[in-house]
Each structure stands twice: as structure tokens, then as C-alpha cells.
Design a protein around this ligand. Structure first.
Ligand SMILES: [Zn+2]
Length: 446
């Protein structure tokens, strides 16, 4: 049995900061006390003025194993997560091979994660045109949602679906109250011709706002007609905001996320020949991103997630600089907290609100908020301790993802994760690994 106390002058509990002592027993928070509490028989970890909060929950991560372990894997991704204060993540049904579109592939994925989970990990299943009969099996096996694309996903094994495909599975999603996650870009030919594939402007214009808004309209229509939970992943186009807002007034079954890269970078400062910044939908102009920030500050986004989507440097076409040949995806799982905290400080985002968007809110989306996303008695002891005054520059040596290629390299940021606890065990101590393999496989409703 392990039992100890954690004290800090700034614990974030039930949506506010105060001095508290957490009593941890085994994998749970046994109780919390206001102020400093000592017990002679129990070790006390006194973290002074560091922020002690519930561990970050990242609901949008691509790990690529099995099948594309040369892109990323469970071991490296969950190590990066732990160092970055992420204690729970949910893995997307692509870009592993096989993709998670039937129960056999889902079981293979669970098998592949064995002995490699350094944080807790759950999964989504995928919808493609040919697997409607597999959706209920995936749900019964424990996926947290079903994800689909409305445009080419980037890999041929995961073809995009049509409205008809989504309509076919909507009753199953409704029956199980499982969310449909949609990559909202609906492609058409109404885009300018590409003249220079190494130009960021050309890339940006090739994926216009209306691709996103057309897809959002489709998503809202399905949500309304079938009364199912619909989640819009990685909103980038601010043109989508008004219709989302309007729809959210009518239902709480529509949720929307955005990601650090859309909030931190702007198209104006992305140089040509730098596909390290390529993602889909693309990072847009600062005037667009100001609107994303305003939506965020007005509680429009339900939560924030990394969309960690790594690939080997060769796939990112770092040498050729060709945006159109490059893999679209940004590697950044480890840096969600400092990136958002640093930019958020400039934008007037309170630390309280940021923490909620990274902990309690995603826990609610996953329906894990009865045991994760807060530091209260009975909850899982997933805890992140960080220093909001610590400034540092992101260096190659500090990156724990499989590949060092990330647009966040050399950024100077505030907010360093110092300690991470997963299920009551200290996985990270003084920003170094202490005890590995403490993550659990999470299966919905099981
Ligand atoms: Zn993604």
C-alpha cells in the first residue's frame, strides 16, 4: 500500500486555488484538507508555491502503433505525455495500421499498447464507407467515440465518409449515446490553382474557410436530425463560429475543440518551404486566430486538445519544403500546457480557465468526470505539478516524442511541468522519469 501527502499553497480544487493538502492512498485521492496538514506516519511532499492540479486530459492524440511505429509509438508518446503533465489521452483510430475500424484492429491496438503505457490511454473507433456493421462492436468493446472524415484523411486505409454513411450509423450512436467526432473539412474544387507548392499562402488557400463551414453545416444537420452527440475536432476557420454558437444555444450535444497550434501561430509568420507547420485544416491568419481566441475567452470551446499527429522528418518533406507532398500533422503532445499558458497570458486567459479546459472539461466529454478532471476525495490520483513562473526554451534534448521535428522547437515559454503522478504513482520527478508503466488502458463503460 502506498500512502502519502501532497501540500501546496496553490492547489486547484473544485474550480479554485487555495492552500491544501491531498491525502493519497494507493491510486486514489483519499481526502483533501484546507491548509497544511501533516501526519507523523505519512511522507509529505511539500511543493510550496507550485501549482498542483488534476492531470491534463488530451482527447485528441495520434500514436500510430501498430503498423507505423516509425512515426510514433505508445512508449514514446506516453513518455512525452507524462513529461508534459498529461495523465490521460485518447488515441485516434488513424494513423496506425490497421486503422481502428473493426474489433480485430481494436484488439490489436490494445495488445500493442501492453507494457508501454506511461499514462492512461483510451481509444476512439473510426467510420469509413465499408464498416457500418462494425460500429456497434467497437462501441461494445469500449471506444469513447466514433471518428470520421469528410475529406481525404491523409492515409488511404481511412477513406472519408459521405452524409449517407453517417446517417446509417447515427441510430447506433444514439442508442449508445456515443459521440460522433468529425474532421470538418468538406472538400470541393472551388479553390485557386496551386502555382507554387512551397508557398504557405498557396497551401492556406487550398483549404479555405468554406470547406470547414460546409462540413460544419453537415455536422449540425446530422446532430439535429438524429439528436446525437457531435464533436467538431480542431476548428480553425473563424467563419464557423457563429453557426456553432447558434446551434449550441439549442443543444448541449454539440461540442467543439481547437488546438494549441491554431492559437499560437499565425499564417503571416509561417515562412515558405516550412511544412513543419502543415496541418489540416491549416493555421490561418492572425485576424482569424484573434476570433478563435475571442470564442475561447467567451467559453465557446468546450475544451482544448493537442491533435498530436507526428510523422518522420522525411514524410514532413523538411528538405523539399513542399507543402503539398508533406504529411499534414503537428507534433506537440508534450507542450500543450506551456504553449497555451504563454499565449493565454498575453490574451487575458486566466490560469483557472485554462486548467478547466485541459482537465475537467475534457473529463466531462469522456464522461469520466466522476473520477477524473479534479482533485477531490475518491477521484483517481492523476496529478500534475507545475511552475507557472519558470521560463524555458524548448530544446531538442527536452523533446520526448519519437521525432524531434516540431514547430515548437526553440520557442521560449512559461510553465514547466515538474512532477506528474499517474494513478497515485510518481511517474515524473523534477522533470525526469521516476517510475514508468503506470498508465491504465481505459475502456468506455467497462
Ligand atoms: Zn487529428
Amino acid at each position: 500500500m502506498t500512502e502519502f501527502l501532497i501540500h501546496s499553497k496553490r492547489c486547484f480544487i473544485n474550480e479554485e486555488f487555495f492552500e491544501a493538502t491531498l491525502h493519497i492512498r494507493n491510486d486514489k485521492i483519499l481526502t483533501t484538507y484546507r491548509g497544511l496538514k501533516t501526519r507523523e506516519s505519512l511522507p509529505l511532499l511539500d511543493y510550496g508555491n507550485l501549482i498542483v492540479m488534476s492531470g491534463i486530459i488530451d482527447v485528441h492524440v495520434h500514436i500510430n502503433e501498430p503498423g507505423r511505429e516509425d512515426w510514433e509509438g505508445f512508449d514514446t508518446a506516453t513518455k512525452a505525455a507524462a513529461i508534459g503533465g498529461v495523465t490521460t489521452l485518447i488515441e485516434m483510430p488513424l494513423n496506425a495500421n490497421p486503422v481502428t475500424t473493426d474489433i480485430k484492429a481494436f484488439q490489436l491496438k490494445q495488445e500493442a499498447s501492453k507494457n508501454k503505457l506511461h499514462v492512461n490511454c483510451g481509444f476512439y473507433g473510426g467510420i469509413i464507407p465499408t464498416n457500418k456493421n462494425d460500429i456497434e462492436d467497437l462501441i461494445n468493446e469500449g471506444v469513447f467515440g466514433i471518428k470520421g472524415f469528410l475529406t481525404h484523411s491523409g492515409i488511404d486505409e481511412f477513406p472519408n465518409v459521405s452524409k449517407t454513411d453517417l446517417e446509417a450509423i447515427a441510430p447506433i450512436l444514439k442508442k449508445h449515446n456515443i459521440p460522433l467526432l468529425l474532421h470538418c473539412e468538406l472538400s470541393d474544387d472551388n479553390v485557386p490553382e496551386v502555382t507554387n507548392p512551397k508557398s504557405y499562402q498557396d497551401y492556406l488557400q487550398s483549404r479555405p474557410h468554406h470547406w470547414e463551414t460546409n462540413a460544419i453545416d453537415l455536422a449540425l444537420d446530422i446532430q439535429k436530425r438524429y439528436d446525437i452527440k457531435v464533436h467538431i475536432v480542431h476548428l480553425s476557420a473563424s467563419e464557423g463560429i457563429e453557426r456553432i454558437k447558434k446551434h449550441q444555444q439549442k443543444t448541449n450535444k454539440l461540442t467543439v475543440e481547437t488546438c494549441p497550434h491554431y492559437l499560437y501561430f499565425n499564417a503571416e509568420t509561417i515562412p515558405d518551404e516550412s511544412p513543419i507547420y502543415k496541418c489540416a485544416p491549416p493555421i490561418r491568419e492572425s485576424i482569424n486566430n484573434d476570433k478563435l481566441w475571442s470564442f475561447l475567452l467567451n467559453d465557446g470551446f468546450n475544451f482544448l486538445a493537442s491533435d498530436h499527429s507526428p510523422a518522420p522528418p522525411k514524410r514532413k518533406q523538411l528538405e523539399s519544403g513542399d507543402f503539398f507532398k508533406a504529411w499534414g500533422g503537428i507534433s506537440g503532445l508534450q507542450f500543450t500546457l506551456p504553449i497555451l499558458f504563454t499565449e493565454g497570458k498575453k490574451r487575458g486567459l486566466s490560469t483557472e480557465k485554462l486548467i478547466l479546459l485541459l482537465t475537467k472539461k475534457p473529463a466531462e466529454f469522456l464522461e469520466l468526470d466522476y473520477k477524473k478532471g479534479d482533485l477531490i476525495a475518491g477521484f483517481d490520483a492523476d496529478i500534475t505539478v507545475w511552475d507557472d513562473s519558470h521560463e524555458f526554451t524548448i530544446s531538442e534534448e527536452s523533446i520526448r516524442h519519437k521525432h524531434k521535428a516540431t514547430p515548437y522547437l526553440n520557442e521560449t515559454v512559461f510553465g514547466k511541468v515538474i512532477h506528474t503522478f499517474v494513478n497515485g504513482v510518481q511517474v515524473v520527478k523534477n522533470s525526469e522519469f521516476k517510475t514508468l508503466q503506470q498508465g491504465q488502458l481505459l475502456l468506455k463503460n467497462r
